[in-house]
Design a binder for this molecule. Structure first.
Ligand code: IMP
Ligand code: MG
Length: 173
């Protein structure tokens, strides 16, 4: 495995986006919604740097690529989400890859009539985007490689690494 971003670099990036969030929303109450499971570490670090009145919720988004499902078909589990009607909502995800996850979650959230909805991702992979939308806040742009750590997994492992690493051929199974 090859380190892409150290723990210190990640934390500097989170401080940078938190400052942008604080400046953007000023003292307006905010509802952050983390997309499970990849966003848990980011969400925990980020919300402790947010200064306005804050509500925190989560939802799970899972895409299935089985033989009978379409590519990019997403199931959204929102039972753990607070009411977002008339609220300023900030969706938080680990990585913007093709963009389908965030795009579909935002479309679904619109039906619940939030006051506003914006999105934040720690990472954005270059040259992979397939949707016509941009995340509003981005921590880091990274090259097109598979990364793990700081919440991101490979087959449900490595989320606990405090740094971000790119998997190499010998790490795959
Ligand atoms: P998208 O819908 O293609 O933007 O993919 C977003 C989801 O795919 C993320 O929330 C991650 O769970 C997963 N993903 C995409 N790229 C990576 C990666 O390099 N490492 C780990 N997970 C990834
Ligand atoms: Mg994932």
């Amino acid at each position: 495995m090859k380190t892409v971003l150290t723990a210190d670099e990640l934390h500097a990036g989170v401080r940078r986006i938190a400052a942008q969030i604080n400046a953007h929303y000023q003292n307006q109450p905010l509802t952050t919604i983390g997309i499970l499971t990849g966003s848990v570490i980011l969400l925990a670090d980020l919300i402790r740097l947010i200064e306005m009145p804050l509500r925190v919720g989560v939802l799970q988004a899972r895409s299935y690529h089985g033989a009978t499902t379409l590519r990019g078909e997403l199931t959204i589990y929102d039972e753990l989400m607070p009411d977002i009607t008339d609220r300023d909502v900030l969706l938080v995800d680990d990585i913007f890859d093709t963009g389908h996850t965030l795009h579909q979650v935002i479309q679904r959230m619109q039906d619940l009539n939030p006051r506003s909805i914006k999105s934040l991702v720690l990472l954005r992979k270059k040259g992979r985007q397939e949707v016509d939308m941009e995340p509003d806040f981005v921590g880091f742009e990274i090259p097109d490689q598979f990364v793990v750590g700081y919440g991101l997994d490979y087959q449900d492992e490595y989320r606990n690494l405090p740094y971000l690493a790119a998997l190499e051929e010998s790490d795959l199974r």
